[in-house]
Design a binder for this molecule. Structure first.
Ligand code: 5RP
Length: 252
């Protein structure tokens, strides 16, 4: 049913193989069912969130949603929302956000997240930290037993000044977890990736569990030069997971 709602299946040919992007779209469409007219909405960033933003634009155009104010979590989402005619604002004018919808890179069994492989972690954390309800939308590949366990990057946004020094302090902090810290660069040019806020991203890779997440978060944030990290602890209120066998809703 969710796939039909997202326009991916037709009742006359209900057996299509769904791609990962289809699953992202299904989760996004389900999340947008929670959007009501008059809401202030946090608009997420990434290939999953983009489907939600698109759907919100469509419902506004059709007159099925009214008086929405969107707060984008990146310049890219700002551009997308503008092109769809979604009225936009910011946290200065709307410090309380009713609902945010965004993707994630990892989701653990307690609904803690890794975010920011798209590089928008700081604005995402600001907007999603200001919202009453935060719905995370993922395909099932994002589910992990513990954060950092996917052996993929745990992003940390750092200021450009002496970034090598900050990266080496980050790596030392987690040496017992076999941490390797790498500056995020573009693969084709090797130029550093620069965030919307003009900062660099140092990606942390772990061999073993980092243990207590709250302690890890505190110790990262204590390092001068660090702006924010991509662990979103105890922030998601609902996670919608789209998988081959259907949709699962996990609530805090
Ligand atoms: C961007 C993010 C994204 O939400 C996260 O990377 C998931 O992206 P995608 O939906 O493309 O898999 O945190 O900073």
């Amino acid at each position: 049913k969710a796939a039909m709602d997202a326009g991916l299946l037709h009742p006359s040919s209900p057996s299509v193989i769904l791609t990962q992007d289809d699953l992202k779209k299904i989760a996004a469409y389900k999340a947008v069912e929670y959007v009501e007219s008059g809401m202030v909405l946090g608009l997420g960033t990434g290939s999953t969130a983009k489907h939600a933003v698109e759907r919100i634009g469509e419902l506004l155009r059709q007159g099925k949603l009214k008086d929405i104010v969107g707060i984008p979590t990146s310049k890219k989402t700002h551009e997308q929302a503008l092109s769809l005619g979604i009225p936009l604002s910011d946290l200065d004018s709307h410090p309380v956000v009713d609902l945010a919808i965004d993707g994630a890179d990892e989701v653990d069994p307690f609904l803690n997240l890794v975010k920011g492989r798209g590089g928008s972690l700081l604005r995402e954390k600001m907007v999603e930290g200001a919202c009453k309800k935060f719905i995370v939308i993922v395909d099932e590949s994002k589910l992990v037993n513990y954060l950092g366990g996917s052996r993929l990057a745990m992003p940390v946004e750092v200021i450009q000044f002496c970034w090598k020094f900050t990266a080496s302090r980050l790596q030392n902090l987690f040496h017992q977890s076999g941490c390797v810290a790498k500056l995020r660069t573009f693969p084709d040019t090797a130029d550093p990736f620069v965030t919307d806020n003009g900062n660099f991203v140092v990606d942390l890779y772990f061999d073993r569990s980092i243990g207590d997440l709250k302690a890890a978060s505190d110790s990262i944030l204590q390092l001068p030069g660090v702006v924010e990290h991509g662990m979103f602890l105890d922030m998601a209120t609902t996670v919608i997971v789209a998988g081959e066998l259907g949709l699962t809703l996990k609530n805090k």
